[in-house]
Design a protein around this ligand. Structure first.
Ligand code: TRP
Length: 359
C-alpha cells in the first residue's frame, strides 16, 4: 500500500434512549460522508457493558434501536457498513493489545473516566478505565483515517493518536521488515518513515456538536440524566417533544439580536443552537428572525420545528424496529464486511508483535 485508504469510523453506544444530541451532534452529520469515502458505523455494544451489565434483553433491543436510528437518519446499508461491535472479534483482541501499549498515566488523565467513575473509583470496572483503549481498537482495527465525533470525545481521539504513534514507533523495524507499512504522509522527527496505523484525524464539525440538557444549559444532553425532561428522545411523540420544550429552563430576558448577547446565557444559547441545527441555519440567522422576542414566542416555534423534523424520523424508526429480523440481517451482513477488513489487519498485528503462528 502506498497510502492509507480514506475511511470513516464512528459509533454510538446502545444504552438507554437515543436523543436529539446523538442525532444532531453525530448521526445526522455522518450522512453526507457516505458519498465522500468508505464509511463504517458501529453500534458499540462492548462499550455498553463498561458501567454495568444491562438487564437481559436490553442490549438486544437497544442495539436494534440504534441501528434503526442510523438508517432512519439516512445511513444506507448499501453505502456504509453497519454492524454491532461484539460480532467482530477484532475489536476485543486489538483492545487487549492496546491495553499493553497505552500507559496507566495516559488513561488516568481521561476526564470522562473521572466523571463516570465519580468518587467511587475503587469500585469502577477495569473495563470503564480501559474504555478508551477499546475505542482506539475500534478505529484502528480498520486503519480508519477520519473519525467524526462530538467534542466530548476529543480527548479519547488524542489517546488513539498516541497509541497509534507508540505502536508505529515501538515496532518500526518489524513493520518495515514485514513490508506492511505505509509511507508516513506527514514526515516528522517523532514518527518513523513507515507507519502501520494512521494518525487519525478528528472531524469535529459545525456549531451544534454540543446539544445541552434542557434543564441545565451547562450540562451535555445525556441518556444517563435522571430527568427525562432534560432530553428529547428519538422515540418521543409530538406531545412530549412540545411539552419538554415548553418546560425547558430559560432566563427571563428576551432573545438578543446578536450572538454576543447569548454569552453567559447557556439555556438561551442551547435553545437557539438546537433551532439552528434543526433548521440548518446559523445561530446568527436564527437571532435575526427571533431577536427581541420572548421565550413565550420562541418556544412554540422551536417545538413546531422539532416536531416537524423529528416526526418522520421517529416514524421510520418505529417502522424499522417492527421488523427485528430485517435489522439483524443488515447487522449480520455488516459484521461480515467489517470482519473482512479487520481480520487481515489483526493478522498483521499478530505478526508485527511476534506471536508464534501455528496455522
Ligand atoms: N465513545 C464514543 C461516545 O461515547 C462512542 C465510540 C466508541 C466511538 N467507539 C468509537 C466513537 C469509535 C467514534 C469512534 O460517543
Amino acid at each position: 500500500m502506498t497510502a492509507f485508504q480514506p475511511r470513516v469510523f464512528s459509533g454510538v453506544q446502545p444504552t438507554g434512549n437515543l436523543h436529539l444530541g446523538n442525532y444532531l451532534g453525530a448521526v445526522s452529520r455522518w450522512v453526507p460522508l457516505q458519498d465522500q469515502m468508505e464509511t463504517i458505523f458501529c453500534v458499540v455494544d462492548l462499550h455498553a457493558i463498561t458501567a454495568s451489565f444491562p438487564e437481559q434483553g436490553e442490549l438486544q433491543s437497544a442495539t436494534r434501536e440504534v441501528t434503526a436510528a442510523y438508517m432512519a437518519a439516512g445511513i444506507d446499508p448499501k453505502k456504509s457498513i453497519i454492524f454491532n461491535q461484539s460480532q467482530v472479534r477484532a475489536h476485543a483482541e486489538l483492545a487487549w493489545i492496546f491495553n499493553c501499549v497505552a500507559r496507566m498515566g495516559w488513561l488516568s488523565r481521561m476526564t470522562q473516566f473521572k466523571e463516570k467513575a465519580g468518587k467511587n473509583r475503587e469500585n469502577a470496572s477495569v473495563g470503564l478505565f480501559a474504555y478508551p483503549n477499546l475505542m482506539a481498537a475500534d478505529i484502528l482495527a480498520y486503519r480508519a483515517t477520519h473519525v467524526p465525533v462530538g467534542d466530548d470525545q476529543k480527548q479519547h481521539l488524542e489517546l488513539t493518536r498516541d497509541i497509534a504513534q507508540k505502536f508505529n514507533n515501538d515496532f518500526a523495524d518489524r513493520i518495515k521488515e514485514l513490508g506492511v507499512g505505509v509511507p508516513n504522509p506527514t514526515p516528522s522527527p517523532e514518527l518513523p518513515e513507515e507507519l502501520y496505523f494512521p494518525i487519525t484525524e478528528p472531524m469535529i464539525t459545525g456549531p451544534a456538536t454540543r446539544i445541552m440538557s434542557l434543564r441545565d444549559g451547562t450540562k451535555k444532553m445525556s441518556k444517563s440524566d435522571p430527568s427525562d425532561l432534560s432530553r428529547i428522545n428519538l422515540t418521543d411523540d409530538a406531545d412530549s417533544i412540545a411539552k419538554k420544550i415548553r418546560k425547558a429552563k430559560t432566563d427571563p430576558d428576551a432573545l438578543p439580536s446578536e450572538i454576543k448577547g447569548l454569552e453567559g446565557r447557556p439555556e438561551a444559547d442551547n435553545l437557539v443552537g438546537i433551532y439552528a441545527a434543526l433548521a440548518g441555519h446559523t445561530k446568527e440567522e436564527v437571532l435575526k428572525d427571533f431577536g427581541g422576542e420572548q421565550f413565550s414566542a420562541f418556544k412554540p416555534a422551536l417545538a413546531d420545528l422539532a416536531v416537524a423534523k423529528l416526526a418522520p424520523l421517529t416514524k421510520e424508526m418505529r417502522r424499522l424496529t417492527s421488523d427485528p429480523a430485517e435489522i439483524d440481517r443488515i447487522l449480520k451482513d455488516g459484521a461480515e464486511k467489517a470482519a473482512a477488513i479487520a481480520d487481515p489487519i489483526l493478522a498483521d498485528v499478530r505478526k508485527i508483535i511476534g506471536f508464534l503462528d501455528v496455522a
